[in-house]
Design a protein around this ligand. Structure first.
Ligand code: GA4
Length: 344
């Protein structure tokens, strides 16, 4: 039996740097340039001025908040998340644990309508909010992937990246994460505490160095992840070993974009998948919604031919998403799985 404990971290290196925020309404060539720079340097950026309306976002946010506010025994009727449905504290099958509860859904309409029945007392309303959001966030992911294709010099007619998630067989997922605050009760509202909280709105506002893990460090196995959160800090990305950079949850309408392992493989290592984690906020609940843009199970993944040139030897052997997914789910959360797919 695996005995799991919720990890907490004592002093480690945190660096506050400004992470790229890309205005999608700027001139296209400028947007392409910025996306390329951010993807190469960080495997991460935020986008603003995207086409997803506030209404679409707040409808699904509201559904999420209503669900997470229910008593545990009611929420558990929508679980366990094996693999889809409600889960709490346990992440994956190998003892990874965090201070988080979540709903994990496949984006195919069948999964949404089936799971809606146990998640909501108004399943049609819930299902509509989720499907509308998925449709729009998928379109945004395609737009971003097409900007990347342009920057990478991939022939536009092949749509090597975006076509994988437009496919009806795409294995894409949606995850709603809820991180209850560390101190749900006994809130300190003294002026000094409030000042401290404002100063730390980009981080998890932990007054000491004892941070509690909501979702442990990992890279996303998919192509890209688009994440929308409320205005509570806690997300961090890792740039170098041991150094963590807090991601400011501002501007409030922005989406975070994470390069995933499949994009690292397809770009032959040019865009690194970004290691990230969520720290629990001491005073406020954080909710995030992650859309994982994923190929179909049978899709063949290999470095895009245009990116394998004289100096850039092919780094990864060809594999299917099904093969990568199986490897991913057999390993712990923090594992660097792509190393198993390197050309020998
Ligand atoms: C990380 C990204 C997505 O949240 C996820 C996660 C999945 C899960 O929660 O079941 C995994 C994790 C994620 C990677 C390693 C394995 C699988 C938990 C875990 C320990 C849904 C996914 O696709 O991979």
């Amino acid at each position: 039996m695996v005995v799991a404990t919720t990890p907490s971290i004592r002093s480690e290196k945190i660096r506050h740097i400004e992470l790229p925020i890309i205005d999608l309404k700027a001139e296209r060539s400028e947007v392409v340039k910025e996306i390329m720079k951010a993807s190469e340097e960080f495997g991460f950026f935020k986008v603003i001025n995207h086409p997803i309306s506030n209404d679409v976002i707040s409808r699904i946010e509201q559904e999420g908040l209503e669900f997470f506010a229910k008593p545990l025994c009611v929420k558990q009727q929508a679980g366990p998340a094996n693999p889809y449905g409600y889960g709490s504290k346990y992440i994956g099958m190998h003892g990874d644990k965090g201070e988080v509860e979540y709903i994990l859904l496949h984006t195919n309409p069948l999964c949404i309508s089936e799971k809606s029945q146990t998640i909501s007392s108004e399943p049609i309303k819930f299902g509509c909010a989720v499907s509308t959001y998925i449709k729009e966030v998928r379109e945004l992911a395609c737009d971003i992937l097409e900007l990347m294709e342009e920057g990478l010099g991939v022939p536009l007619d092949t749509s090597a990246l975006s076509k994988l998630i437009r496919d009806v067989e795409s294995d894409s997922l949606l995850r709603l994460n809820h991180y209850p605050p560390l101190k749900d009760t006994n809130k300190d509202t003294s002026p000094s505490s409030i000042h401290h909280q404002i100063q730390n709105s980009c981080s998890s506002n932990s007054s000491n160095n004892n941070r509690v893990i909501g979702f442990g460090e990992h890279t996303d196995p998919q192509i890209v992840t688009l994440l929308k959160s409320n205005d509570v800090g806690g997300l961090q990305i890792s740039l170098e070993d041991g150094v963590w950079v807090p991601v400011c949850p501002q501007p409030p309408s922005s989406f975070c974009v994470f390069v995933g392992d499949i994009l690292q493989a397809m770009t032959n290592g040019r865009f690194p998948s970004v290691r990230h984690r969520a720290i629990v906020n001491t005073s406020d609940a954080r909710m995030s919604m992650a859309y994982f843009a994923t190929p179909p199970l049978t899709a063949k993944i290999s470095p895009i031919p245009e990116l394998v040139t004289g100096d850039n030897k092919k780094l990864y052997r060809p594999f299917t998403w099904a093969e990568y997914k199986k490897t991913t789910y057999a390993l712990r959360l923090s594992e660097t799985r792509l190393r198993l797919f390197l050309v020998e």
